[in-house]
Every structure is written in C-alpha cells, then in structure tokens.
Design a protein around this ligand. Structure first.
Ligand SMILES: [Zn+2]
Length: 104
C-alpha cells in the first residue's frame, strides 16, 4: 500500500529522540547529616544544579523542604552543596566528589 510507506517515511527518529532525552534527566542524590542530626538530601542534575533539596525526618516519616544550592569548584571535580537546614536554620556546607556521584 503506497500510503502506508509514505507515512513511515515521515516517522523519522530525529525529533522524538531529542524530546525523550530532555524528559529523562538523570539525577544524582547527595546526602549529609546536619549538626542537629537532620538528614539533608539534595538531588543534582547532570549540570550539578540542585533540582530539589530537602531534609528527611525519618523518625516522623516526612520530608521538609530545605533550600539548597550547589557550587562547582575549580577543575569541576568537586561540588559544594549548601543547605539551609529547616530543623535548626543552620547553613550546612558539604563538599562532594563529582566522580563519586551516581546518576540514575
Ligand atoms: Zn539542622
């Protein structure tokens, strides 16, 4: 059927692949414990920007939003992640090795 082969010809993979790549953004999660024992968590995208920061309160089974930001260091081997802890209002800064981040 000629109409069918024409339709297949239009179905090029180029554009849909780009859309899929944008939707499946890989995220790495870094965690650290605040001095008040709150478990601080940040999710970083592949550009090492914070997608989401929160403090995990496992005792109460809830998550509190924690403003977080990431600063790339010289050489791009390390990233500093700073949280504003929602439990004790401390600013907690931790350095993570970029090569140790596991994206999934
Ligand atoms: Zn704290």
């Amino acid at each position: 059927m000629p109409g069918e082969s024409c339709f297949k010809g239009l179905d090029l993979p180029e554009q849909p692949l780009v859309v899929v790549r944008q939707r499946i953004m890989k995220i790495a999660r870094v965690e650290s414990r605040c001095e008040c024992q709150a478990q601080l968590v940040a999710e970083l995208d592949e550009a090492r920007s914070v997608v989401r920061g929160f403090a995990s309160d496992r005792a109460r089974g809830r998550e509190l939003s924690a403003p977080a930001n990431a600063t790339k260091k010289i050489g791009d081997k390390q990233v500093d992640v700073g949280w504003s802890c929602p439990m004790c209002t401390r600013n907690t800064l931790r350095t993570f090795n970029v090569e140790a981040l596991s994206y999934h």
